[in-house]
Design a protein around this ligand. Structure first.
Ligand code: PLP
Length: 396
């Protein structure tokens, strides 16, 4: 009964974990949840008030498909001031979260069986999104020695006549690594040479502890032409449930994205869009405070994880995750299909700590933990992880 397309789609691991956690909590078990991919802060007050005002002022009707004009103006200004790249208003399309912005882009760009390069580890939804629109994900195994950043040599090896696009998640979910300007420049050069589009997922841009974040489109006019910038308010302003994301792209592509969006959903909730106007214009201090808190937690996590023998990780410079190599424990517990799932299940059963198995990101020797949770839970969760790892012992 179901389409072949849907039969090929892997259900979300992260949603699977949330369901397990919810079921255990329902049974009265106290879980430390380090699997969560969303900020633990409330949405800033100014954004909430603006939404309430929007309702009172009856800004509750259909609006323009690519988004409320005031919001697109605010995004345009943000991109200019913070990212040093100029987009016309018509080149910006506001969507239901970054997820929707990415899917719109894929629908607008991909032909059946076009190939999309996805460096591993990847954000869980990338391959499934590509498959859902009839494209073919082509993976690259990045190396820990390169901080999981994809290199030009690695990209060059997988390019074929069918290659249409490459995904770059920067700062990366799940590794938290941040590309330097030079690294991005060399990727742009290669993509220009081979006429490949870049989908630059910058949703974690603000949660960046080094000063080196570069928006790919800002590199040059040519870079901007082949780049689709993806961003939104979910992570930076703790507005996950409001569902506001956007694309900034060439005019031709923006028009196509708008056409797709017009037929599928018209536009995101006008109330959320007004809240986003306020988030962009009046919540910069709130955002800075959140990032400062994440940085403190990043350092706490870094120190605590260093005390655990048998695991390895690259210190993240952005986002709110640690991607942890647990391969030295491969022979320490029984598993069949996936080691990282067996490890995560055992950790949840034995120590009541939820993490995401690396297989969800295409790398089964890893787990991802999130520090978007209160410090007390974080410290207790890592203490339990340490106890669990020590109990397994490292058997080579
Ligand atoms: C790398 C990455 N891109 C996009 C998204 C989707 O963001 P949104 O909630 O705005 O759809 C996420 C959410 O987890 C993410 O981690």
């Amino acid at each position: 009964m179901l389409s072949n397309k849907i039969k090929d789609i892997t259900p979300s691991y992260t949603i699977g974990i949330s369901s397990k956690v919810k079921e255990l909590e329902r049974q009265g078990v106290n879980i430390i949840n380090l699997s969560i991919g969303e900020p633990d802060f409330f949405t800033p007050d100014a954004a909430k008030s603006q939404a309430i005002d929007a309702i009172k002022e009856n800004k509750t009707k259909y609006d323009l498909v690519p988004g409320v004009l005031e919001l697109r103006k605010s995004i345009q200004e943000k991109l200019q001031v913070e990212n040093n790249v100029h987009y016309d208003i018509q080149e910006i399309v506001v969507s239901n979260g970054a997820k929707h912005a990415i899917t719109n882009t894929l629908i607008a760009l991909l032909n059946y069986e076009d190939e999309v390069i996805i460096p591993k580890p990847y954000w869980v939804s990338y391959p499934e999104m590509v498959k859902l629109v009839g494209g073919i994900p082509v993976f690259i195994d990045t190396k820990k020695e390169n901080n999981f950043k994809v290199t030009v040599e690695e990209i060059e090896k997988v390019i074929t006549s069918k290659t249409k696009m490459i995904f770059i998640s920067n700062p990366s979910n799940p590794t938290g690594v941040v590309y330097t300007k030079e690294e991005l420049e060399s990727i742009v050069k290669l993509c220009l040479h081979h006429k490949i589009y870049i989908l630059s997922d910058e949703i974690y841009e603000k949660i960046c502890y080094s000063s080196q974040f570069t928006s790919i489109a800002s590199i040059s006019t040519e870079a901007k032409e082949i780049t689709v910038t993806i961003n939104g308010l979910s992570k930076s302003a703790s507005m996950t449930g409001w569902r506001i994301g956007y694309t900034a792209s060439s005019l031709v592509l923006a028009k196509a994205i708008s056409t797709v969006q017009g037929h599928l959903v018209s536009h995101p909730s006008t109330i959320s869009q007004w809240a986003a106007v306020s988030a962009l214009n009046h919540c910069k201090d709130d955002m800075r405070q959140m990032v400062n808190t994440y940085k403190v937690r990043r350092d706490i996590t870094d120190n605590a994880l260093q005390q655990i023998d048998g695991i390895i990780f690259v210190r993240p410079e952005g986002a709110f995750y640690f991607f942890i190599d647990i391969s030295s424990l491969r022979n320490s517990l029984p598993w069949e299909n996936s080691f990282s799932v067996a490890f995560s299940d055992a950790l949840l059963n034995d120590e009541k700590v939820a993490v995401v198995p690396g297989v969800a990101f295409g790398m089964d020797d890893y787990i991802r933990i999130s520090y978007a949770c209160d410090t007390e839970s974080l410290i207790e969760g890592i203490k339990r992880l340490k106890r669990f790892v020590e109990k397994q012992g490292v058997k080579k």
